[in-house]
Design a protein around this ligand. Structure first.
Ligand SMILES: *[C@@H]1O[C@H](CO)[C@@H](O)[C@H](O)[C@H]1NC(C)=O
Ligand SMILES: *[C@@H]1O[C@H](CO)[C@@H](O)[C@H](O)[C@H]1NC(C)=O
Ligand SMILES: *[C@@H]1O[C@H](CO)[C@@H](O)[C@H](O)[C@H]1NC(C)=O
Ligand SMILES: *[C@@H]1O[C@H](CO)[C@@H](O)[C@H](O)[C@H]1NC(C)=O
Ligand SMILES: *[C@@H]1O[C@H](CO)[C@@H](O)[C@H](O)[C@H]1NC(C)=O
Ligand SMILES: *[C@@H]1O[C@H](CO)[C@@H](O)[C@H](O)[C@H]1NC(C)=O
Ligand SMILES: *[C@@H]1O[C@H](CO)[C@@H](O)[C@H](O)[C@H]1NC(C)=O
Ligand SMILES: *[C@@H]1O[C@H](CO)[C@@H](O)[C@H](O)[C@H]1NC(C)=O
Ligand SMILES: *[C@@H]1O[C@H](CO)[C@@H](O)[C@H](O)[C@H]1NC(C)=O
Length: 498
């Protein structure tokens, strides 16, 4: 190539650069003449055509859905695409009411095999689930039909979901599977408290998922974690109504991967069935849960504020006599305030075959709002607990009321059997790792364990200094040296990601 031609090419190249706005992105308006979408009509085709163009674009692109209400039978947006895509939805997209009318049997809107996606715009994905909750027979029929998730992300990386509302999903609102680095920012997830299986965000086999500044109120878990999840952070989230934030259930399937590195901070639970929860199946496969930290939590009118349940056995689908094989360790519950609607506010039912290890509870300030006894706690099979700045009653059963006579307080059986039973018509999702919500009906805890309890104690800042060596039904594993560990902080920083 001669020098002159080179110069011409260089100059042309520079000219092209000069006239290309740096942040230009290609804009695909679904209501433009090209795509023909119109408010109050179905825009399935328009949206999919716009996606095809955006995905083929070598430049960043925006697909735009202006204000207005549109029907959408269902859309699965598949990569790989050439450049980042933003789907900016200002309007409201509505699903068909009938499950059978949705294009795919398990997904209303899906995103697959994508990098650098942004879902934004302030709009609403309205799953119109009311009919489907009524028809939901999943608690009696294992092959039930109601599996249409509002929005699924499968194999998606480096993605932001912001200023989006998911409303009245037929099933889960968001399902995140096999994804890396996904941030939910300022999302709103809403369904009635009595809607069925409408989990807010279910995450499995994924890393680096953040949920921030988000409000979730549904008929099931606000956020639930399946296996193979790590480096997760949930902050400034409000949860309620719903079943709380739950790690698990785990142990229900072979070859589950660990759940590790989860920070749940500055979360408010309001009128939820559970607050901070970890649950595993008894008679289960092995598994590992570690580095789970609930911190700066407010409980308002919550039934089971702090609970580790390794005998989670809804439907009696399992044999509780065989212990869970899922190992839970390095878990903390710190600075948790508010109100409990049942007396048993701190409840650790760990596996006797693999006890929970390094469980810290500190700064727990919960009050019981009912009249069936006094606030209480119980721990079974917890090894190395660290307890500090917790009232006697919530100090994990490791308090023997030597000088006081708390007769009432020692009848926990009554409160347990009454309060740990979820009413018959409530159902709950088993957050498994197969993306397949299973149905659960009532659950009961049969174990009647010794607990510690007492009237609202004025004895704050209790330091547990002795264990109860002969009392296996309480924290028999508790060891004094663990308390010292509290003052040092006993776990390693979380991989430096946060
Ligand atoms: C997402 O990231 C994972 C891990 O880095 C990678 O294996 C996968 O190919 C990525 N997905 C896409 C769609 O690029
Ligand atoms: C996560 O994704 C966001 C949005 O694409 C990106 O800006 C950020 O750099 C990614 N973070 C990492 C650690 O890859
Ligand atoms: C949440 O909101 C706060 C304050 O508005 C902001 O600083 C923070 O970056 C937001 N979090 C995320 C992940 O966007
Ligand atoms: C917390 O989230 C709410 C939205 O749910 C937002 O309005 C508020 O600004 C956030 N606060 C902070 C400090 O991030
Ligand atoms: C914590 O969350 C509450 C609402 O749940 C919000 O009002 C507050 O600003 C948040 N604080 C921080 C530091 O994010
Ligand atoms: C809890 O929810 C109720 C009813 O929605 C609401 O009135 C109240 O302000 C909420 N409380 C907190 C502390 O968020
Ligand atoms: C407390 O929560 C229950 C649901 O668990 C709800 O029915 C009730 O209205 C709530 N009470 C208040 C005062 O918010
Ligand atoms: C004890 O816990 C309460 C919350 O329950 C907290 O406000 C207080 O700062 C804690 N005190 C110490 C000394 O850690
Ligand atoms: C729990 O923390 C201890 C002490 O920091 C550490 O040695 C151990 O490896 C951790 N366990 C797991 C399973 O991460």
């Amino acid at each position: 190539m001669d020098q002159k031609l080179m110069n011409v090419l260089t100059i042309s190249f520079l000219l092209v650069l000069a006239f290309t706005p740096v942040h230009s992105s290609v804009f695909f308006d679904v209501t433009s003449a090209k795509y023909g979408g119109k408010p109050n009509t179905d825009i399935t085709k328009a949206l999919l055509n716009a996606w095809t163009d955006a995905c083929a674009s070598p430049w960043e692109s925006t697909i735009y859905v202006p204000k207005g209400t549109y029907g959408l039978k269902g859309a699965i947006f598949v990569g790989h695409c050439k450049a980042p895509i933003e789907l900016q939805v200002e309007g409201t997209l509505q699903a068909p009411e009938e499950t059978g009318q949705v294009t795919s049997p398990d997904t209303w809107v899906g995103f697959r095999y994508l990098n650098r996606l942004t879902l934004s715009g302030g709009g609403t994905f309205d799953g119109r689930g009311a009919l489907s909750w009524k028809q939901n027979d999943c608690n009696t029929n294992k092959n039930c039909k109601s599996r249409v998730v509002n929005i699924r992300f499968d194999f998606v990386n480096d993605t932001i979901i912001k200023d989006i509302t998911s409303l009245d999903s037929k099933n889960f609102h968001f399902n995140v599977f096999a994804c890396n680095n996904i941030t939910f920012q300022h999302a709103t997830i809403t369904a009635p408290g009595d809607s069925v299986n409408t989990d807010g965000i279910h995450i499995a086999r994924s890393t680096m998922v953040t949920v921030a500044n988000t409000s979730i109120g549904t008929g099931d878990d606000c956020i639930s974690l399946g296996d193979g999840t790590s480096q997760l952070k949930f902050t400034n989230v409000t949860c309620g109504p719903g079943h709380g934030i739950s790690i698990g259930s785990l142990g229900g399937h072979r070859d589950e991967q660990p759940v590790t590195g989860v920070i749940i901070k500055n979360v408010t639970f309001n009128s939820t069935q559970n607050g901070a929860r970890i649950k595993t199946w008894p008679g289960s496969y092995g598994g590992l849960v570690s580095d789970i930290h609930y911190e700066d939590i407010i409980m308002v009118n919550v039934s089971n504020p702090i609970i580790i349940d390794q005998e989670y056995c809804p439907w009696n689908l399992c044999n509780k006599k065989i212990p869970s094989k899922v190992k839970i360790s390095n878990v903390s519950f710190k600075n948790i305030k508010g109100t409990s609607t049942t007396p048993l506010a701190v409840n650790f039912i760990c596996s006797w075959s693999v006890p929970c290890e390094n469980v810290e509870i500190s700064g727990i300030d919960l009050t019981y709002t009912g009249h069936k006894g006094f606030i209480s706690s119980q721990c079974s099979n917890v090894k190395l607990a660290t307890i500090a700045n917790v009232t006697k009653a919530l100090a994990c059963g490791n308090y023997s009321p030597a000088s006081k006579n708390h007769t009432e307080a020692h009848s926990p059986e009554i409160s347990r059997s009454e309060n740990q039973t979820v009413s018959k018509n409530q159902t709950e999702t088993v957050a498994g790792n197969r993306n397949e919500p299973a149905r659960v009906d009532q659950r009961k805890y049969r174990r009647l364990l010794m607990t510690s309890s007492g009237p609202e104690s004025d004895d704050r800042f209790l330091r547990v200094t002795s264990s109860a060596p002969n009392n296996r039904s309480t924290c028999g594993w508790l060891q004094p040296r663990a308390i010292v560990q509290l003052l040092r902080g006993f776990w390693l920083p979380l991989h430096g990601w946060f």
